[in-house]
Design a binder for this molecule. Structure first.
Ligand SMILES: [Zn+2]
Length: 444
């Protein structure tokens, strides 16, 4: 299955297949939703996004809960106007409500509207903003802007066939800017927002290197196994300095998902900086170094190990998340998913996602395969079976580890969303070799 050559950006190969893969994710969501009020369909094999109309949903069907304090009432009103414009496809009206700094990350109004129309245009939506919570002195991790007064609004409702109650929707963040309330965090419409099955089935391929680290530590660990997956903090910093100097800009896996599926505009030289396993040195070494260079990291957590000796605590995870770092699933117990009974594989996927969403109040739809399995040693049948489970459990994207001794792959294919490819950063690697690996030209 590691048959990926270098692809030109924008290739349309396999777009139909992508539609089927993504339709499967929809079926999975429905299976878990059919017992909830408002779940208007039941899942069946062979269902597809293109052959089934979205259910009719009304904004009025989602009643507002408690009234906000008078101070935050105007913030809530702006948040509701933003969601209403989004649901009605009036993207230029929602653009008008954005804070100035937030507009810049979308490049311009045309690109913003084109992205939202590709993503949400075919979907019915019913969303409600509510429970505004004040936040003094909030720094927007996406733009670096600091606002004296902000309000976090929780978002409830449904997008397409997928109920918001089942998939955590990110909050809207409304900020005060020159006496006006403006939207700085776009909630479901954010660049890192949740992804949904494609109505058109069109995906693209993009050259986006995904670097992977394990330990980042100031001294070599005594254990030789741990040493083989350690990059010294000084070397890590040199690599980040190289990336910055060469014009790379870090993006999250969720942004990559939105780019592959809906052509979210990415920086000219995007890179994903990923970390496996949630070791404690992610907080003490990787995180401050990333912040020093203005980069975002994507951390894959085996949720059952978090809080244990040598691992991150949930408080540290929350602090890193608030500062803009991304967290994705790496199962609960760090097991090869084809090596355990199906029941356990399901709970590894379901429980890790639920735990992450509970702590982060954000959707988690991305998995990093523990040990890269089943794409390291599994059979094609085992690979298909695990991908089926991922779809059914609402995962949209999954990332494999590089096999030892294989050349790096930087082309990410939207039509193979469960086989994104990472590049291992080895201990003691020279900057020249690091640069060659980044470009996918380090043959060995
Ligand atoms: Zn791992």
């Amino acid at each position: 299955m590691r048959n990926i050559g270098v692809l030109a950006s924008g290739s349309i190969a396999g777009r139909k297949r992508a539609a089927l893969l993504l339709a499967g994710a929809l079926v999975g969501a429905l299976l878990t939703l059919s017992c909830l009020p408002g779940g208007s369909r039941t899942g069946q094999e062979g269902d597809s996004a293109t052959s089934s109309p979205a259910p009719v949903l009304e904004i009025a069907a989602i009643p507002a809960r408690a009234q906000p304090t008078p101070l935050l009432a105007p913030a809530l009103e702006v948040g509701r106007d933003f969601l209403k414009a989004l649901a009605e496809g009036r993207y230029s009206a929602s653009w008008d409500l954005l804070a100035a700094a937030s507009r810049q990350k979308w490049v311009d109004a045309e690109k913003y509207s084109a992205f939202l129309s590709r993503k949400f245009g075919p979907l019915k939506m019913a969303l409600q903003a509510e429970s505004p919570a004040p936040r003094q002195g909030w720094r927007d991790p996406e733009t670096g802007m600091r606002y004296e007064t902000a309000a976090f609004l929780s978002v409830r409702g449904a997008i397409g066939d997928r109920l918001g109650e089942a998939l955590s929707l990110p909050p809207l963040v409304v900020v005060q800017e020159e006496g006006q309330w403006r939207v700085a965090g776009e909630g479901p419409a954010a660049r890192r927002g949740p992804v949904f099955p494609l109505a058109q089935g069109e995906t693209q391929s993009l050259a986006v290197p995904i670097l992977v680290y394990h330990h980042v530590a100031s001294t070599w660990p005594g254990d030789s196994g741990q040493r083989s997956i350690t990059v010294l903090t000084g070397a890590f910093e040199q690599e980040l300095a190289y990336l910055q100097g060469a014009g790379y800009r870090s993006v999250t896996l969720a942004e990559l998902a939105n780019a592959l599926l809906y052509e979210l505009p990415l920086p000219a030289k995007p890179v994903v900086i990923a970390f496996d396993d949630g070791y404690g040195d992610m907080f003490t070494d990787a995180f401050p170094t990333l912040q020093k260079y203005g980069f975002v990291g994507s951390f894959a957590l085996p949720t059952g190990l978090i809080g244990g000796a040598g691992y991150l605590t949930w408080e540290q995870v929350k602090a890193m998340s608030d500062a803009g770092m991304e967290f994705v699933s790496h199962s609960v117990n760090h097991v090869g998913l084809h090596l355990v009974p199906e029941e356990q594989a399901i709970s590894e996927l379901r429980d890790s996602r639920a735990e992450l969403e509970k702590h982060l109040q954000a959707p988690v739809q991305i998995l990093v395969y523990p040990y890269g399995e089943p794409f390291a040693n599994g059979s094609p049948e085992q690979q298909r079976a695990v991908i089926d489970l991922l779809r059914r459990e609402g995962y949209a994207l999954a990332v494999t580890n590089p096999l030892p001794g294989t050349p790096p792959v930087i082309a990410q294919r939207g039509d193979l969303p469960y086989q994104l490819q990472r590049i291992n950063v080895s201990p003691g690697m020279s900057i020249d070799r690091f640069a060659r690996r980044l470009q996918g030209t380090d043959v060995r």
